[in-house]
Design a protein around this ligand. Structure first.
Ligand code: SF4
Length: 604
């Protein structure tokens, strides 16, 4: 279409910081972003074409080459592999007559791999033109290709669905189940929409709200565990003409999907929490940064926000509080795990490549558009509403002394009942396994690939900030799984793909470690290889952000807790390192053009 770039740029006020919205819309309309459109955008936004192209290259769901009128993104997470992804992949390839990474000659269908799409409780799953297809079987895969070829609507396939709860909402129409298996204070049925905003907020000062959150000892639920009340207090005190509330809904850690469920079943709770935060820190603007994988919720969530506006829970003088104006907009990512890191998320929010910023300054002082910003996780905002409703003191009776309240877990893998479970902090892993019906368990990955892999002798451990700290991803592996080949390798590939490429350690080391693991798996390893892996893991700790710092964890943590799996593969008669050319491996790693490591414009 002619002038599409102009139209879309105009729609977003020719505002450079809204570049992500523009690129996503062009991608969705045209199936790709042409050079001509990139050039046009650059002119309109007063930036360079290279700048626009670098941004496009950073995000998985943006492309300068056509991706097909139907782009099939098949998840390649470890859980997808465990539940039959290989057969689905082969079926798609056979039925479409192309390989993954290709588009059919008529431009109709494109096949692509993609990292965890937040459906680990119902894998294998794929996203096709913003519709999510779960529990795929080869039959379903064939049927999907047939429907596309016959020009039939994919809605016919989606809406037979498996919906539960709000999943039945026609605006959401997806075959995604919420699978809530255990409710606690956040997922509770006795939440009364709007009550806290109408009845509590007008009776409290912003300082009193912060005091209550501090009293609750609530810590951020995204994984880092920073005390929420303090964060809010710092931000309130920070000087600036405007403050922002950002909700991090970029849950990209493989194996986690609880934010998807909270946003599906209790979106009002999350938005109310953002309003409470806005009141507390003196902000009039909230932004939900939602991962592109959840784009299927767009109409539904926009509808919820509109209802809140209609009911005076968003907008001007909210709930009669004179001068308290607050509204929320949704900003989509475009596929990049690192954007879950808060400073990378801010860059992305501003329409740039999601490369983490150096800290300090911290976002509470210089965040979105360099202005004071709080960034909290979906679950944190939802929890805050219950705290303001019932009091900080009430909240402290749940959980443990250093980890108050509840935690919502995303549990998947080898168990009878994968899904979302809300438990009090302090819950131990053994009870968790009994709860989900997991038998003959070999290992549990706590906290996703960046977390730790534990075996049965550690199942006595408890969930909490002082023991097993976690954002909530729990993947269970039965005895039948090959932990090194199926799990550790998959996780390493994930980090290699997701590195933003700014730091040389994070760009190279995971690949070099993966290559060494291959050497060991090929039966060519010696003891020194294991020592090397441990040393190289330490080098990664110097990386700029959490991605690089934890990128060696799959190997380091399995080497620590499952040393026998490595040792039994070693050549016992050899002690020297042979057959591994480190220099060549580093060179190859440097040459590898990861999907985001295209432009290394600043080296650290
Ligand atoms: Fe990018 Fe990795 Fe460095 Fe983080 S550690 S800034 S992801 S290269």
């Amino acid at each position: 279409m002619e002038n599409i770039a102009k139209l879309i740029a105009w729609k977003f006020g020719n505002d450079r910081t809204r570049l992500m919205d523009m690129l996503i819309e062009i991608q969705e309309t045209e199936g790709y972003i042409s050079k001509a459109n990139a050039r046009e955008l650059a002119g309109l936004l007063g930036t360079s074409q290279a700048d626009i192209e670098q941004t496009i290259s950073f995000y998985h769901f943006l492309s300068m080459k056509p991706r097909g009128r139907y782009s099939i993104y098949l998840n390649n997470s470890v859980v997808a592999e465990m539940f039959g992804r290989k057969a689905i992949r082969e079926t798609f390839e056979k039925a479409a007559g192309i390989s993954f990474g290709e588009v059919t000659p008529d431009g109709l269908i494109g096949l692509f791999d993609t990292a965890c799409i937040g459906m680990s409780d119902q894998e294998p799953a794929a996203i096709i033109n913003n519709k999510v297809f779960t529990r795929l079987t080869p039959f379903r895969a064939k049927e999907i290709i047939r429907y596309i070829r016959e020009g039939r609507s994919l809605n016919e396939l989606v809406h037979e669905g498996f919906g539960d709860g709000k999943n039945q909402d026609p605006r959401l129409r997806a075959m995604v189940s919420s699978n809530i298996r255990r409710k606690g204070m956040v997922l509770s049925d006795n939440y009364h929409y709007g009550k806290v905003l109408r009845e509590k907020l007008p009776t409290m000062s912003p300082e009193a709200v912060i005091a209550e959150v501090k009293h609750s000892h609530l810590r951020g639920r995204g994984g880092a565990g920073f005390p929420t009340g303090f964060k809010w207090e710092f931000c309130r005190r920070a000087k600036g003409p405007k403050h922002f509330v950002v909700c991090n809904a970029d849950e990209g850690e493989p194996g986690t999907f609880k934010d998807r469920v909270i946003l599906t079943e209790k979106p009002e709770l999350v938005f109310e929490g953002m309003v409470v935060a806005g009141y507390a820190i003196g902000s009039d603007q909230g932004i939900l940064y939602l991962r592109y994988e959840y784009r299927y919720m767009k109409d539904y969530l926009e509808g919820v926000l509109q209802n809140m506006r209609n009911e005076g829970l968003l907008g001007r003088n909210i709930c009669g509080i004179e001068g308290f104006d607050f509204d929320i907009r949704i900003q989509y990512g475009a596929g990049a795990y690192v954007c879950g890191e808060e400073s990378a998320l801010l860059e992305s929010l501003e329409g740039k490549r999601g490369e983490p910023r150096d800290k300090p300054p911290f976002p509470v002082e210089k965040g979105y558009l360099e202005l004071p910003t709080i960034i909290n996780n979906v679950e944190t905002f939802a929890t805050v509403v219950r705290i303001i409703e019932n009091g900080g003191e009430w909240f402290t009776q749940f959980g443990t002394e250093d980890s108050t309240g509840t935690k919502i877990l995303s549990i998947s893998g080898d168990c009878m009942f994968p899904g979302v479970y809300e438990v009090n902090w302090g819950f131990n892993v053994n009870d968790m396994l009994d709860m989900v019906g997991a038998y003959d368990v070999q290992a549990v990955q706590v906290g996703g690939p960046s977390g730790t892999l534990i075996g049965p002798d550690e199942f006595y451990r408890t969930l909490g900030y002082s023991d097993l700290s976690t954002g909530g991803s729990m993947i269970i592996f039965g005895k039948q799984r090959d932990l090194l080949r199926e799990v550790v390798l998959n996780f390493m590939e994930f980090f290699i793909d997701e590195s933003c490429g700014s730091c040389s350690t994070c760009r190279n080391m995971p690949q070099v470690m993966r290559n060494k693991l291959h050497k060991i798996l090929d039966g060519k390893g010696v003891k020194k290889d294991l020592d090397d892996l441990r040393e190289w893991g330490k080098l990664l700790l110097a990386s700029r952000c959490g991605l690089g710092q934890t990128a060696g964890n799959p190997i380091i943590s399995s080497l620590k807790n499952f040393p026998h799996l490595y040792e039994r593969l070693l050549q016992r008669d050899k002690t020297f390192d042979e057959g591994f050319d480190l220099e060549a491996s580093v060179k190859a790693a440097n040459a590898y053009v990861g999907r985001k490591a295209v432009f290394h414009h600043h080296e650290h």
